[in-house]
Design a protein. Structure first.
Lengths: 481, 441
């Protein structure tokens, strides 16, 4: 099936959010050695234990191999040509409220359509906006503080809550975990820290908007969320990025810890710059996300809508350690143009009666390459473990590809495990049915694709669901097969 | 005399290559040399390699298997009788320890244009026939074990059916292993060529007379011409201390039809690689399988289904029953090339786990590069439903019998795919016996 001109138009359309804000950056020169690691730590005024922690990670990273097993192709990354730190100027008199924020920054947000001022009043969402690598605006802190919730940048947490950071940082994703997690541990610039005390239901949905800015700086975000027994938190992560020429490396690490009866809901809408028609200049998104259901009856739920980036390498995982704990993974991934995505999840069942659900929807158009790679492991003591996996791929155009690589390891007879995968295209019958009822081709395709993804969108918080649907229709509208 | 384990497959390559069949033939020597060179250059696969992620070669290498040199010709037709299936009329070819045993075989009457011969003899009498067909299907895709087979290639069965030839009775290939004083490996190499429109049924049976540990490393190259049709049934019933390796390579021309049924019931360690490929459009390929794995047993299946051409269809359906400390690995890959539109592929792997110490590792993969295709896969792992057990118990059936009945019902789908009733009965009985001796709870 050849795409219609309308598809070609959409696929070729310039990146909507492509603009760069001229802002003076306090940037380290490219290159990485122990001095750079020390310099990052020093600039952030970190205590001695953090510096040591970073150096240990750096030394280990030097011995690690870049992973090559993913089904993605890209030129070799020169880790010495990347600048590992970039902070907006004037950090010493950092803004205390939005009024003090650099107007250029606010302008950027406005271009992005993020009504940061209005959000306070309208959406009731506290926004810890990450512009480049340092958080510059945090709202609703008072409300959160009243509930006892700590929501701040990880740099602040290192200063103000060193005991918590020391106890939990790296406890889910150790620096030895993989190449990119090792790199992140050594050079992470900033990120988000959330701590929800015992029995507290976080009064609002927490959200961080990431924005990659200064040229040639890899972003190394580090997120740590701790939910104490009986607490609940929903965290939203969303991002867009300005157009640029160089490939940008983004190697984030996200660690979630849910103790007894706690629940963490982590939602992501990712729409970074995917590169031009030839795939040049897009973001490399190599992320390690893992949640640890440490306590009994705890629950961690990952929802992601991935439409951007040139290359996505991402496997949000759950370690179901506590008995009766629950892990969920809902994902919609779109690859078009020359985008490549190798994504999926790992569900490691260790505790008794642990349950996991995986719903993965992949949409591949143009010359997009998409891979679902997942692991479900049911260990010897995971009595009564249950898993259901559904991976569906939708292909649009005859030059795209969709792969499914599930790994299933079962060591307990009482386990129930189901895995289903299908690959299909938008069928002529479906289109004809809609057309016969007066829908335009575009509306019909949009409707079918949204129906295809509905199971996942239903899991997103409302504001995100709207954004996700919009993103999807921008990405694929007109893709008639 | 034991060979050091660290040397990997060195012991397999021992012996005088000059004594192998067709040793004067330059083209054959060159194929053997290429295989040897490849093996020497390549170390022992570790669990880091995707194809060996869940399967350890340690136990096999520790045995230090060496090729069989002496020919066992002491067996009488009466020794074979207990292995024959009553009521099954076939063209029977018997191999003992990888070598053709004419005294035990009963080829029967073959129609004109049908040729059944031993590879060893054919290399003497008509080497060009072999040259045109050997290593044509396996070729570059062959696995490590298949390369070992090529390096030590000596005997096996060659079947060539001319265009339009139809065999009324199945060809029955019995491979009988007799343990030797030392751990030995038999490496039969079978070639099956069905020209356009030819039709046949091949039944392969791997059996053993009790004895020491041994290894069978069989390679089959099957080539199906235009509109040819092959029903292929394999029953692996090796002894409980045996190692069994199969590399099956299939090449199908347009409109051809292949139906394979794989039954893995014996051996302590069994690895099967099924590699299929289409040379023409509108061909059909069916791979079905049943494996039973109990204490000290490993059943490992690797499927590589290559849809490189449009409009072909394939069905892969494998079922496993695991009990005791049994382990099974299923790694199935369906690959659809860029222009292979209208491909229709469905893969399914279902497992019944009956004990706490059993383990299953399954990996059904789809690689799709065309959009107008229908591809799916499904996997399940589960146990016997208590409701079903209750239903049978409430009708006065003992628990162990009820469990056995349910397992046989689960296995029945695959057993029913066998073409002859006598063979179905034989397999049902074998499966039943294994389940009876197995601790099912």
């Amino acid at each position: 099936m050849t795409p219609t001109p309308a598809v070609e138009d959409i696929v070729r359309s310039d990146y909507e959010h492509g603009f760069t804000t001229e802002i003076e950056s306090d940037t380290l020169p490219p290159g990485l050695d122990e001095q750079v690691v020390r310099a990052i730590s020093r600039r952030k005024g970190e205590p001695e234990f953090m510096t040591e922690w970073r150096l240990k990670a750096y030394r280990r990273w030097l011995t690690m191999q870049e992973p090559a097993w993913a089904s993605v192709h890209y030129p070799r990354i020169d880790f010495q040509s990347i600048s590992y730190y970039s902070a907006p100027k004037r950090p010493e008199d950092g803004p205390k409220s939005l009024d003090e924020v650099d107007p250029a920054l606010l302008e950027t947000y406005e271009k992005l359509g993020i009504p940061i001022e209005e959000q306070k009043a309208l959406a009731g969402i506290a926004v810890d906006a990450v512009f480049d690598s340092v958080s510059v605006a945090t709202t609703f802190r008072e409300t959160l503080a009243e509930a006892g919730v700590i929501f701040c940048s990880i740099s602040e947490a290192v200063q103000e809550h060193p005991d918590l950071v020391r106890a939990y940082l790296g406890s889910v994703v150790p620096h030895t975990d993989n190449f990119y997690a090792g790199l992140n541990s050594a050079v992470f610039s900033d990120g988000t820290f959330v701590y929800v005390p015992k029995g507290v239901r976080c009064p609002m949905e927490l959200s961080t908007y990431f924005r990659i800015n200064a040229r040639n700086t890899g972003q190394f975000e580090r997120t740590l969320i701790i939910a104490e027994p009986g607490s609940y938190v929903s965290y939203l992560e969303g991002c867009t990025a300005p157009q640029r020429d160089e490939n940008q490396l983004h190697a984030a690490v996200v660690e979630l810890i849910a103790l007894e009866d706690a629940e963490i809901k982590y939602s992501t809408v990712q729409n970074w710059y995917p590169g031009d028609e030839e795939g040049r200049g897009g973001i490399y998104n190599f992320v390690t996300k893992r949640g640890d259901c440490r306590g009994a009856r705890s629950k961690i739920s990952w929802t992601q809508v991935e439409t951007g980036s040139a290359i996505t390498w991402k496997y949000p995982s759950c370690i179901l350690r506590g008995d009766d704990s629950i892990g969920e993974f809902y994902s919609v991934a779109v690859t078009k143009g020359r985008q490549q995505a190798d994504t999926g999840t790992k569900m490691i069942h260790l505790g008794k009666n642990t349950r996991s659900t995986i719903v993965s929807k992949g949409i591949s158009a143009g010359q997009g390459r998409q891979t679902y790679r997942g692991l479900v492991r049911i260990s010897q003591r995971a009595e009564g473990a249950r898993n259901h996996t559904q991976c569906d791929s939708l292909l649009i155009g005859d030059r795209c590809s969709a792969n499914t690589f599930p790994y299933i390891e079962v060591k307990h007879p009482s386990a129930k495990m189901e895995h289903e995968a299908t690959t299909s295209k938008i069928s002529d019958d479906q289109l004809f049915y809609c057309r016969a009822r007066g829908l335009t081709e575009e509306d019909a395709v949009s409707m079918i694709v949204n129906g295809f993804c509905k199971e996942v969108f239903n899991e997103l918080p409302m504001e995100f669901a709207v954004e996700a649907q919009k993103l999807l229709s921008i990405s694929l509208e007109g893709a008639v097969g | 005399m034991r060979v050091e384990t660290t040397k990997g497959f060195e012991s397999w390559l021992r012996g005088e290559p000059g004594q192998l069949a067709g040793s004067g033939l330059e083209w054959l020597e060159s194929q053997r040399r290429t295989a040897r060179d490849r093996l020497r250059g390549q170390g022992v696969p570790s669990s880091k390699q995707e194809a060996w992620r869940y399967t350890s070669l340690k136990g096999l290498l520790e045995q230090g298997f060496a090729p069989i040199e002496e020919v066992v010709d002491t067996l009488q037709p009466s020794d074979l009788e207990r292995f024959l299936i009553p009521g099954l009329e076939t063209h029977r070819v018997v191999l003992v320890n990888g070598r053709y045993a004419p005294a035990l075989s009963a080829l029967g009457e073959l129609p004109k244009g049908a040729r059944l011969s031993a590879l060893n003899a054919l290399l003497e009498s008509d080497p060009e026939v072999v040259r045109a067909r050997l290593n044509q299907v396996a070729g570059a895709k062959q696995s490590l074990f298949s390369a070992l087979n090529t390096a030590g290639l000596d005997d096996g069965l060659v079947v060539i059916l001319d265009a339009g030839v139809r065999l009324e009775h199945p060809i029955e290939l019995i491979h009988l292993s007799i343990g030797m004083d030392e751990p030995r490996v038999a490496q039969p190499r079978h070639l099956l060529v069905l020209e356009a429109g030819a039709q046949a049924t091949l039944i392969e049976r791997y059996l053993s007379l009790e004895g020491a540990a041994y290894c069978t490393n069989a390679v089959l190259e099957l080539s199906l011409g235009r509109d040819a049709s092959l029903q292929h049934e394999r029953i692996q019933l090796e002894s409980t201390n045996a190692f069994h390796v199969t590399g099956l390579y299939l090449s199908q021309d347009s409109g051809s039809r292949y139906q394979g049924v794989n039954l893995g019931l014996g051996a302590s360690w069994a690895r099967t690689d099924l590699v299929t490929g289409f040379r023409g459009e509108q061909a059909e390929c069916g791979l079905q399988g049943l494996y039973l794995a109990g204490d000290r047993q490993l059943m490992d299946y690797h499927l590589d289904v290559d849809h490189s051409l449009p409009q072909c269809s394939s069905r892969e359906n494998f079922k496993g029953i695991l009990y005791g400390k049994g382990r099974a690995v299923f790694d199935g890959r369906v690959y659809v090339a860029k222009d292979a539109q209208k491909t229709d592929a469905a893969m399914s792997n279902r497992n019944l786990m009956l004990s706490e110490r059993a383990e299953i590792d399954t990996k059904p993969q789809l690689e799709i590069n065309a959009d107008d295709v229908k591809c799916s896969h499904g996997t399940t792992v589960g146990q016997i439903e208590p409701e079903m057990l209750f239903y049978l118990r409430s009708r006065g059936i003992s628990e162990s019998l009820a469990r056995r009945m349910l397992c046989l019902g689960f296995a029945g789908e695959i057993i029913q795919a066998l073409s002859t009733e006598s063979l179905r009965d034989h397999v049902t009985e074998q499966v039943g016996q294994r389940l009876e001796s197995a601790p099912l709870n």
